[in-house]
Design a protein around this ligand. Structure first.
Ligand code: PDD
Length: 300
């Protein structure tokens, strides 16, 4: 990293191993296993006007990821909430009214800790705990009105995609395929079956019914998995999780992406071909409206 890019790091607040500091001053060891092996996990939690969205569900997934890696959870649910809310408050104070009215994104990363390089899951290390906050950038009006473009690719990632691991080189390669093609996301298939996109889940609508891939080890169970199911049930929209073939994806009436920052987002062009009639569809419109209502209902 050059000196100028270090200087360009923001002066915004972050939390590192029990201390609150400026992001530009936060430092970890070169022997951190997150750096050496990508031996860690992360979470990305949206906050609307300072209110954490689906926080318990995000923390439950963080716990599941940590359990898979045999890393003890370094903080309690209450402590995670306290750190996140303090960072948001400090950030809003520092950035002023624009940030106060805007939405924030909390990023949490936990690595196994610092040790001489040795592959096994060394027990007893003190995990490295890092939390930062930023302004959340939501999709543009134009993306919502016109839908977004995606490309397809083989899912060449590993077989533990259900862990929200910081070993993300597969996701980086996958995402770059869409960047190179001038598209927003890369929708991946394992053989003939839909898995997910590089950093989003994928939903198929056919004859008014919403389908998504099963919650197995080949996809990350996005926090929006549960939310989309709840919203479908409430709106009387059929919902199911099952294996979805490539042919079904290509013949979909509507396709949608979901993630913390995309919420639900319509895909209208896939590999250069229109999805359905090439416009965001009625099921998307209903789910997007329901999502906005869920945000309105935030109380803490
Ligand atoms: N990505 N699948 C993958 C591979 C992801 O990386 C993500 C989220 C999702 C959607 O999960 P959720 O609904 O909980 O955001 C699905 C985050 C936002 C990221 O890596 O920045």
């Amino acid at each position: 990293m050059t000196t100028s890019s270090v200087n360009a790091l923001p002066d915004t607040p972050c939390y590192l191993n029990g201390e609150y500091t400026a992001l530009k001053d936060a430092k970890i060891s070169v022997l951190d296993r997150g750096f050496i092996f990508g031996d860690g996990i992360y979470e990305v939690v949206p906050a609307y006007a300072g209110k954490l969205f689906r926080f318990e569900q995000h923390m439950a997934r963080l716990e599941r990821s940590l359990t898979e890696l045999r890393i003890p959870n370094p903080l309690t649910l209450a402590e995670w909430r306290q750190v996140s809310l303090k960072l948001i408050a400090d950030y809003v104070e520092k950035m002023g009214a624009a940030a106060a009215n805007g939405n924030q994104l909390i990023y949490i990363q936990i690595s196994r800790g610092v040790a001489m390089r040795d592959h096994p899951m060394l027990p007893g290390l003190s995990p490295t705990v890092f939390v930062m906050v930023n302004t959340m950038k939501l999709p543009s009006e134009q993306q919502r009105e016109q839908g977004v473009t995606c490309v397809t690719a083989d899912d060449f990632r590993w077989e533990k995609a259900h862990i929200k691991s910081t070993s993300l080189l597969g996701a980086v390669f996958s995402r770059q395929i869409s960047v190179d093609a001038g598209a927003l996301e890369t929708i991946m298939f394992r053989g003939d079956y839909l898995s997910e996109a590089s950093s989003s889940n994928v939903w198929v609508v056919k004859d008014g019914k919403v389908s998504g891939p099963p919650k197995d080890k080949l996809v990350l169970e996005g926090i929006r998995y549960g939310l989309i199911e709840e919203m479908c049930r409430a709106a009387g929209i059929d919902f199911e999780l099952r294996r979805i073939s490539r042919a079904e994806v290509l013949a979909a009436d509507e396709l949608m992406l979901s993630s913390a920052t995309k919420e639900v987002l319509p895909v209208t062009l896939l590999d250069g071909q229109p999805v359905g009639n090439g416009k965001p569809g009625p099921v998307y419109a209903k789910l997007y409206a329901a999502y906005q209502q869920a945000k309105q209902a935030l109380s803490s």
